[in-house]
Design a protein around this ligand. Structure first.
Ligand SMILES: *Cc1c(COP(=O)(O)O)cnc(C)c1O
Length: 375
């Protein structure tokens, strides 16, 4: 049987909730499960936050950018190493990315670089409209520092927490609580899933109200359809929310399992030339995907050798995200950094990490990798 990178993992708590949604005929993007799912996530994240359930994480980011006032030609400062869905909404808005490297100790947006550049930009009167750090592979960005910078320069902070629901950061603060808004994803391959879905989490009530308004075709109060602006069809189906309610029951145990998988890989595969994604002490990552780098000089094999060998055995592994400043789509966009992300892309690999993977399956992955490493 094929071993996948990260598959949907149902818990047994979902079907009864979906059945309730059916029984009450709330099968469209409105209903008690949808309301309850938003409340449940807000409670999990811990106080003072508003949640709006949406059809995807990308939709959540699109709305966040729109509400932040990101317009055509505005700059958004973003970690270059990210996933398509975490940046394409900039293109929808006609915004321009300025790319930043990763901090090698954390594998998230290098805040020293951002600080250096934002001082310069402020002096030259060309501040970005928003800063958008990605919480790569489930590790929180340096949110406290980014929040102070954003407040100091009066720019919006939107955090891409699509991979980090269930993680926590300095001060035991949960991932997904940062900035003006954070976005979550419940895509099939994430920590928990609604089959497909996302969420906007914000501390501003007006942002949440605005997100609900824009996500339901921007209908002004009137008996007929009255529009003073354009909107989107972005709400999450009540049926999908019912799945999400079931999945919330197991969120923490899913994270524990992903971390256990990481720990087993780490114990078995650590050797000169093989380096795992670090986790600074104050952080608790979801370890959404186990990410490591393989130095070809020290190990005698490239990450592609390893990936293709695994594929021969029906085991799915994947290179790390290709930095966006290296993508043809963003050719010529400004980039600040020393190529930490470029080297990570060259040597980096994500191993099968689904919470439903068995120990036997993982042992097979480990054996195959040890064999090619010659150990
Ligand atoms: C999954 C993901 C998204 C987008 O979420 P979708 O629900 O797939 O639209 C955005 N950013 C990152 C980093 C992701 O991993």
């Amino acid at each position: 049987m094929r071993i996948y990178l990260s598959r949907p993992h149902m818990s047994g708590h979902e079907e009864a909730r979906v059945a309730e949604a059916f029984a009450s005929n709330f099968v469209a993007p409105i209903g008690p499960q949808l309301d309850a799912f938003e409340v449940r996530v807000a409670e999990y994240l811990g106080g003072g936050l508003h949640c709006v359930a949406l059809s995807s994480g990308s939709a959540a980011l699109h709305l966040a950018l729109r509400i932040a006032g990101v317009g055509s030609g505005d700059e958004v400062w973003i970690s270059s190493m990210t996933f398509a869905g975490g940046i394409f909404p900039l293109n929808y808005m006609g915004a321009r990315p300025r790319f930043f490297d990763l901090n090698p100790a954390r594998w998230t947006l290098d805040v020293d670089l951002v600080e250096e550049q934002i001082e310069l930009a402020a002096r030259e009167g060309r501040l970005p409209r928003a800063i958008l750090p990605t919480e790569l592979y489930g590790q929180s960005a340096a949110i406290d520092r980014l929040e102070s910078l954003a407040a100091h320069y009066d720019v919006r902070l939107i955090v891409d927490s699509a991979e980090s629901l269930g993680a926590s950061m300095e001060g035991d603060r949960k991932a997904g609580t940062g900035g003006d808004a954070s976005i979550l994803s419940f895509n099939g391959n994430k920590i928990i899933t609604t089959s497909g879905g996302g969420m906007l989490v914000t501390r501003h009530r007006e942002w949440a109200d605005q997100a609900r308004f824009l996500a339901t075709q921007a209908r002004d109060p009137a008996p007929h359809y009255e529009h003073s602006t354009f909107g989107y069809n972005y709400r999450l189906s009540n049926i999908c929310a019912a799945i999400g309610l079931g999945q919330m029951e197991v969120l923490d145990t899913r994270v524990v399992r992903r971390r256990e998988i990481f720990a087993r890989y780490h114990a078995a595969l650590t050797q000169p030339g093989v380096e795992f994604m670090p986790e600074p002490e104050a952080l608790y990552s979801t370890r959404w995907l186990t990410a490591l780098t393989i130095d070809p000089e020290q190990t005698g094999v490239t990450r592609e050798d390893v990936r293709l060998m695994l594929l021969d055995y029906q085991i799915e592994a994947r290179p790390l995200w290709k930095p966006m400043h290296m993508q043809p789509l963003f050719a010529g966009a400004p980039y600040h950094g020393s190529g930490v992300d470029e080297r990570m892309f060259a040597d980096g690999l994500c191993l099968p990490s689904g919470s439903d993977m068995t120990d036997d399956q993982q042992d097979e992955v480990i054996e195959r990798i040890l064999a090619i490493l010659g150990k």
